[in-house]
Design a protein around this ligand. Structure first.
Ligand SMILES: *[C@@H]1O[C@H](CO)[C@@H](O)[C@H](O)[C@H]1NC(C)=O
Ligand SMILES: *[C@@H]1O[C@H](CO)[C@@H](O)[C@H](O)[C@H]1NC(C)=O
Ligand SMILES: *[C@@H]1O[C@H](CO)[C@@H](O)[C@H](O)[C@H]1NC(C)=O
Length: 327
């Protein structure tokens, strides 16, 4: 639990010299208080682990059981190969980056597996492995520090992650839907689709540019991809919108860097999400919490439609009659 508390404190610390002035926190807990609580530290005997703090990766509660995913020593030939690839050897382990419930009986997990992402299914009740291992590429990042998301919805696995060793190909991917259901992805190496931070359904963070904007993107569950002529195996329903977390004034002050986002909660009896935002890394330090109603986000996706004519051109509004249908 200590890790969670510490993360909470960090975001409060970030507000130390803020502009605009922040409200006082309602309450804070320092390390002297949080030490009283039990904490999970993973492989304490291992010095690398303590230094990196990377053991702990994922935690979910299913019914009355808490599942915690940490770094595994998932010995395989891949670990031997890993050290020769010129990357940090701390990554030559298996960091579990995906831990989700697949159905009533199964837990689905993927790990970095020494730069060879791999997934497995486990029986929820006994944690026995079910079936064979699966390729983890596009479902799980190659390195432990990269943010990602995975979620099952209507039998499909949706993932947002870097999908290559060089971490140059950010993807939103849908797979495991069974026969007759095509695997879909976002356009390869086209960071315009995924530029900067991105939260997908509830959380996915991808990071590329030095100026960061935060966006929410949406794909439709019944998207079956384009035709053989255009966008085959790619999303046809991908839309994105900017998350505007700002303070009005003579000119708006923006908190553009999304650090974390909640699941759906109720605010004023309306479904909403809240996110913690900070300013750009080399700008005046500041942070803010902004909330977004789901129905308002939905309305934005039905609202004014912008397009980009070429990869280098600016985004421009499309007249109503020229908006593609479906969008
Ligand atoms: C961990 O590091 C400490 C010093 O930082 C050293 O004394 C100890 O032997 C190391 N333990 C292992 C298991 O390597
Ligand atoms: C997907 O669902 C939406 C909303 O229910 C519907 O408008 C659209 O036609 C469907 N598209 C496909 C390709 O089935
Ligand atoms: C952000 O929201 C404010 C308040 O609604 C609006 O005035 C401003 O134009 C928005 N900024 C962008 C970039 O959309």
């Amino acid at each position: 639990m200590e890790l969670l508390i510490t993360a909470g404190l960090l975001s409060i610390t970030a507000v130390a010299t803020p502009f605009p002035k922040d409200l006082q926190p309602i309450s804070t807990a320092g390390p002297e208080d949080s030490r009283l609580f039990p904490s999970f530290q993973g492989l304490v005997s291992d010095n690398d682990t303590q230094r990196l703090g990377l053991d702990y990766q994922r935690m979910i509660r299913i019914n009355r059981m808490l599942y915690i995913a940490a770094r595994l020593i998932w010995r395989s030939k891949d670990v031997g190969k890993c050290t020769v690839r010129g990357k940090n050897t701390d990554e030559c382990y298996n960091y579990i980056k995906v831990l989700v419930q697949r159905n009533d009986e199964t837990l689905f997990t993927c790990g970095t597996n020494a730069f060879n992402p791999t997934c497995r299914n486990y029986r929820l009740s006994s944690l026995e492995q079910v079936g064979a291992e699966l390729v983890g590429q596009a479902r799980c990042p190659f390195e432990s520090h990269q943010a990602n998301v995975g979620i099952f919805a209507s039998g499909h696995f949706y993932s947002a992650t870097m999908s290559d060793f060089q971490a140059s190909d950010a993807v939103i991917y849908r797979s495991l839907g069974g026969e007759g259901s095509p695997v879909l992805r976002s356009v390869k190496y086209d960071s315009k689709w995924l530029r900067a931070f991105f939260f997908f359904s509830f959380l996915a963070i991808l990071y590329t540019e030095s100026v960061v904007y935060s966006r929410v993107a949406r794909v439709c569950k019944n998207d079956s991809g384009g035709s053989a002529r255009v966008l085959e195996r790619y999303w046809t329903s991908f839309l994105k919108a900017r998350l505007n977390c700002s303070i009005p004034g003579d000119s708006f002050f923006y908190f553009d860097v999304l650090q974390s986002v909640s699941g759906i909660i109720q605010i004023n009896q309306r479904p909403a999400v809240v996110g913690v935002f900070t300013t750009q890394i080399n700008s005046i330090p500041g942070s803010a919490v902004c909330g977004f109603y789901m129905d308002e986000m939905e309305r934005v996706f039905q609202g004014r439609f912008k397009e980009q004519k070429g990869t280098d051109s600016a985004w421009s509004s499309v007249p109503e009659e020229q908006v593609p249908k479906p969008r």
